[in-house]
Design a protein around this ligand. Structure first.
Ligand SMILES: [Mg+2]
Ligand SMILES: [Zn+2]
Length: 183
């Protein structure tokens, strides 16, 4: 079985923008490439899990969403950092029932776990919102919150009981924290 670090995208690896519709808007955050490299070296798969309801809302197509992730992964690869896969939930929140892939639901986690043979109990979820923390908790992972994210603030009222195992300032610090537990 492999171990993985599941990574939120917006506000975790790249600067949060309200609607990211073009690869030209991708701005990699300080520490993100270094952090992913450290996780690569320690034998973790790095897998992006991102909710992109702008796809179902019609602002971009599914293909454009995948293309944005492909360009992002290429930018990391050009610096020697490997992101192994990126999963998208393209759906919007809907009452009373929405899809099973939108974080914190487990569809993307389960799909990745099956595809790559991931042991979730040896894995982590890192993100800038309590939605990500809740996602990791539900998957039986340890969780790290990257503090100060703009996109995740509204999540506090939805997930008031989601407490991260650790809170850090950026992706490099998140990787350092994970490596403390994997010596
Ligand atoms: Mg985020
Ligand atoms: Zn979905």
């Amino acid at each position: 079985m492999k171990k993985a670090v599941f990574l939120d995208r917006d506000g975790t690896l790249i600067e949060y923008v309200l609607e990211l519709t073009s690869p030209e808007q991708l701005k990699i955050l300080p520490g993100a490439i270094e952090g992913v490299k450290k996780l690569n070296d320690a034998g973790f798969l790095c897998v992006i899990l991102t909710n992109q309801p702008i796809i179902e809302k019609g602002k971009i197509t599914r293909e454009q969403g995948d293309e944005i992730n492909r360009v992002l992964m290429e930018k990391f690869a050009a610096e020697g950092a490997t992101i192994n896969a990126a999963f998208i939930c393209p759906h919007r929140f809907r009452e009373p029932q929405h899809c099973t892939c939108r974080k914190p639901d487990q569809g993307m986690v389960q799909e990745a776990a099956v595809k790559f043979g991931i042991d979730l109990s040896q894995s982590w979820m890192v993100g800038d919102s309590l939605r990500d923390v809740e996602t990791g908790k539900r998957g039986g992972m340890k969780t790290i919150l990257i503090e100060g994210g703009e996109g995740g603030k509204e999540d506090e009222k939805f997930f008031p009981n989601a407490k991260p195992d650790y809170a850090v300032s950026d992706m490099q610090a998140a990787a350092a924290k994970i490596l403390e537990f994997t010596k």
